[in-house]
Design a protein around this ligand. Structure first.
Ligand code: TMP
Length: 231
């Protein structure tokens, strides 16, 4: 298979069919824009399975995604999107950089979800940007950005109860979108790498913050999330 792209957590290969790609999920883990590096055993498998499960479920709710089907433990067959250079973060609670930026303690509830836009640019460290910057950088038109915001908020409305029913608080998560034949589609992944997932009862962190913050029990947390998500 021809390797088209290798990122920090995934490789992307060309498939035999034009317009279709194969995403391979790696066990490699990075944090703080690649400054911290490591491996999380079976992370690739957890993230591929969880992404496939959640994208399939979202498609049943009429949210378009790039997923065609899961090929095996680590590989997904996806549509080739023209990616939008944004990371869209939706927050239901205060954590991470929002806590740092505002001084609000982690765990503070938010009654109206907060949506943030980050410019996907490793050299700049993925900075927080606003709608005018999106226009300035030609990342999306105002109409397109409005559609992206609507879609991200709708996904949050579906995912919150999905996780809640499984004893998980969806604190925040990151989405990436792209275009396929004029249609806005959810791309990339939804996994413990890209979400903050806390046990509803104990508030234990069951996500990549265990790796970022050296909390231990990283693999166990990923397996626990997979078990709950696959039911
Ligand atoms: P933050 O609080 O560090 O800004 O992260 C917000 C959410 O976005 C959190 O669920 C983790 C996710 N995220 C990514 O998926 N990729 C990234 O590079 C970063 C910084 C955060």
């Amino acid at each position: 298979m021809e390797l088209l792209y290798e990122g920090k957590a995934k490789k992307v290969y060309r498939s035999e069919v034009p317009g279709q790609l194969i995403m391979e999920f790696k066990d490699d883990a990075t944090a703080f824009n690649g400054q911290k590096r490591g491996q999380i055993a079976d992370k690739g498998s957890v993230n591929a399975q969880m992404t496939a499960r959640i994208f399939q479920w979202l498609m049943e709710k009429d949210i378009p995604t790039h997923l065609i089907r899961r090929l095996d433990d680590r590989h997904l067959l996806v549509r080739q999107l023209t990616m939008i250079g944004l990371e869209v973060v939706v927050r239901n609670g205060v954590a991470g950089s929002l806590s740092q930026r505002t001084g609000l303690p982690e765990g503070t509830a938010i009654d109206q979800p907060v949506l943030e836009l980050y410019y996907k640019n490793d050299a700049l460290g993925d900075p927080l940007i606003n709608d005018d910057h999106v226009r300035l950088l030609h990342l999306a038109s105002p109409q397109e950005l409005a559609a992206i915001r609507r879609q991200a908020m709708q996904i949050n409305e579906w995912l919150r109860p999905f996780f809640q029913e499984r004893g998980i608080l969806l604190v925040d998560f990151k989405l990436e979108f792209g275009w396929f034949e004029g249609q806005l589609m959810l791309g990339d992944e939804i996994s413990p790498d890209t979400c903050r997932l806390w046990d509803s009862q104990t508030r234990e962190r069951l996500d990549k913050d265990r790796f970022r913050r050296d909390l231990g029990g990283v693999e166990e947390a990923y397996q626990e999330i997979l078990k709950r998500v696959m039911t």
